[in-house]
Design a protein around this ligand. Structure first.
Ligand code: THU
Length: 127
């Protein structure tokens, strides 16, 4: 599974994004160590704080199917610039992923950028 293929998978689900409040659609595709891919979209709520990001949707789907180890995640959005996971999502990833977990952002023009979790979230909180 190339980074580009994972970006395309994230684009396949972005149409399912439920974002009537922000109008900002996000799609994510998460590759587990098992080889399975779990997708996610942002799901907003009229009580704004109840909104869940696309990245965490993908993680929650995977974890609830028994996955615990992950290779990489791609994120795409309807925005003009590359989209990167919010702080809560980064903390969420750090619960399950090691420093080498890759976070890939891409757009329709074919721009792709990759960071490791330790680059995007150094020294995260751990108990
Ligand atoms: N959002 C995501 O789904 N992922 C991100 O990486 C950033 C933000 C969503 C949350 C909300 O539905 C909308 O984008 C605007 O913040």
């Amino acid at each position: 599974m190339t980074n580009y293929e994972l970006i395309l998978t994230a684009y396949e689900v972005i149409e399912n994004s439920y974002a009537p409040y922000s109008g900002f659609n996000v799609g994510a595709a998460l590759l587990a160590e098992s080889g399975k891919i779990y997708t996610g979209v942002n799901v907003e709520n009229s009580s704004y704080g109840a909104t869940i990001c696309a990245e965490r949707t993908a993680f929650v789907k995977a974890i609830s199917e028994g996955e615990r180890s992950f290779k990489k995640l791609a994120v795409v959005s309807s925005g003009r610039d590359l989209t990167w996971p919010c702080g809560i999502c980064r903390q969420f990833f750090s619960e399950f992923c090691n420093d080498n977990f890759e976070i890939i952002s891409g757009d329709k023009e074919g721009n792709i950028k990759v960071y490791t979790l330790s680059e995007l979230f150094p020294e995260g909180f751990k108990l």
